[in-house]
Design a protein around this ligand. Sequence first.
Ligand code: IPE
Ligand code: IPE
Ligand code: MG
Length: 238
Amino acid sequence: MSENGEAPSHIAIIMDGNGRWARQRGLVRIRGHKEGVESVREITRECAKKHIRQLTLYAFSQENWKRPRREVNLLMKLLKDFLIGERGEIEENNIRLTAIGRISGLPEDVQRELAISIEESKDNTGMVLCLALNYGGRSEIVDAAKNIARSVKAGKMGLEEITEETFRRFLYTSEMTDPDLLIRTGGEMRVSNFLLWEISYTELWVTPVCWPDFRKRHLDEAIQEYARRERRFGGLQE
Ligand code: IPE
Ligand code: IPE
Ligand code: MG
């Protein structure tokens, strides 16, 4: 088998298992989310150090609104605190912050802090840190389809111009390459509506380690495993 031998340029992570991490310790779920912020810090710093070009973190799904209000409120507060508290770290590491998802559906104070962090970091030239917030893969595709329909209706685009390449330009992720490696912590073998279009040929790596326990060594393990994979994209081995 031929290994690709390379480092992934874009890593996406489904940061799962915060609740279970807390339950295993007899703590409330919220404690798991708080600890999870530490993992976000460490993994972001590590990826920036390794010159990974983009890190996309699934922080809040569209379906996560189904959770108890208390938990949702706390997640929004943690997000807001993270945005405010990490500005220095983002600057120091030359990181450019971006976000995908239906951002207008987030609480206004979170939207405001997000906009400030994005604006402040927009000229940074290092790693792109993309937060998936109020994100759903199917909505992303539906939103793209709607915008394409608008363009066609307005006569700005012809039907025959709708191709995989032009479709991509209407996705939230139009600016980015597809993830090379998708990590899911917490052991579930599912995609949970994350980046459905973008992960068609992404290498998947699932670890039973819960997100609050996920550290540099686990990231290294995932990256080493990625380098051993042979990516064929439907073709044949050389
Ligand atoms: C992931 O951890 C965090 C979010 C979805 C925001 P969970 O809260 O889903 O933790 P588990 O899966 O219940 O353990
Ligand atoms: C996926 O985790 C969403 C995030 C990590 C933000 P969930 O815990 O929401 O996924 P399911 O419900 O187990 O599929
Ligand atoms: Mg979960």
